[in-house]
Design a protein around this ligand. Sequence first.
Ligand SMILES: NC(=O)c1ccc[n+]([C@@H]2O[C@H](COP(=O)([O-])OP(=O)(O)OC[C@H]3O[C@@H](n4cnc5c(N)ncnc54)[C@H](O)[C@@H]3O)[C@@H](O)[C@H]2O)c1
Length: 437
Amino acid sequence: MRVAIFGLGYVGAVSGACFAELGHEVVGVDVSDAKIDMINRGEAPIVEEMIAELTAGAVSIGRLRATKDAAAAVRWAEVSLVSVGTPTARDGTPDLSYVDGVVRQIGEALKGADAAHTVIIRSTIPPGATERRLAPILEQAAGEKLGRRIHLAFNPEFLREGRSVRDFRQPPFTIIGALSDRAYDDVARLYAGVESEIIRTEANVAESIKLLSNAWHGLKVAFANEAGRILKSADVDSRLALNIFVKDTVLNVSPAYLRPGFSFGGSCLPKDLRAMVSIADRGGAAAPIMKAALASNEAHLDAALEAVRACGRRPAVLFGLAFKPGTDDLRESPYVALAERLIGKGYSLKIVDPYVDASRLMGKNKEFIEREIPHFVEMMARDAEDAVDDAEIIIFGHASGVDKGAILERGVGKIIIDLAGDRDLEFCGADYRSIAW
Ligand SMILES: NC(=O)c1ccc[n+]([C@@H]2O[C@H](COP(=O)([O-])OP(=O)(O)OC[C@H]3O[C@@H](n4cnc5c(N)ncnc54)[C@H](O)[C@@H]3O)[C@@H](O)[C@H]2O)c1
């Protein structure tokens, strides 16, 4: 394909040389004369493993060149890639002015032309920006609606500086947030030859994945460093501890616990997070992440309460009381906390959890629930169907298959507040609400 790449920084310079290696013809566009001259001399404008050889090779066989003439590059190309910078503005938001400007330039160059063209945004931008901000700019500049001749997609870049060519060749996945089928096909064609799963999704999801990934990496580094400070204060070599910690790819470094749902609880997570915080406090180690995890968990509970409050004070039924399905462990269950606060606010509440049998609760578990919700026995509904019929608000934490069936059948016309992210509930004819999706 004939490819124009706007912005010859780390992303653009690597993409240009690597797309040329894949067999495409590439022209790079930048505002920097120095970068353009370097590329045209066969020199890479950045320092990166393998990039010097790749750039020199691609330029020597005429597959890669650079220019300042944006309009000529766009008219020559079938696709334009935008990889200009999106630095942090004064107020902390990403400054999208370079992306806006380049998209406008591309649109103006396409005005009145006949050939089809796909614009691919690779710069990191906030969720919604491709569709709500850049699509209108492109349409206005080109003087026509998108989706006929001119197409638009967001395609995030996951390369790591220092090993970016290797990352380009073996990305974790190729994500295409295309606004049209043609846009999707063009981006997919561009990556033919790169072995990775291609995922088509909404543009705002694709934009989110890039931000989520970097937020997650930042969180992981900060977590490891914080863990190191805390463990050091307890005379533990954190390098040994974290080396072993990451060997658990079932629970620790895995998709486990990475699904939006309701607050965590139970007898271990909150208790052991508090233990880490106490070790940190005793040892004088700063532990803002461990503390924030507890605070964030509370904030999630508050969001659930707010969602119920927004429905008005109507009779409610809560499905799920134990901290997770299939157990009767109520200790520090977030559903107990939710129930306790709703009761405190005067809600008429019934609770359905077939695993919680009041007559069989013992020890700390019994003590806990009797302290938190003294009259909880009276609130436990015997029959899920009756409980749904009597309620106007159904709060869904977790439920057995049979009890969920009762909601699906009898929840029509009622409000469902889904704390679990259960897709079946979304289309059962209820007024479906959620707090994190
Ligand atoms: N650096 C990375 O490892 C990396 C990885 C993934 C995504 N990203 C994202 O990709 C984007 C680019 O990052 P980068 O590190 O390559 O940036 P960079 O600052 O190295 O390069 C940006 C380039 O864009 C050029 N430019 C600015 N305005 C222009 C215009 N109007 N026309 C043409 N060129 C113009 C600049 O001269 C510069 O060469 C950012 O949004 C970044 O967040 C970066």
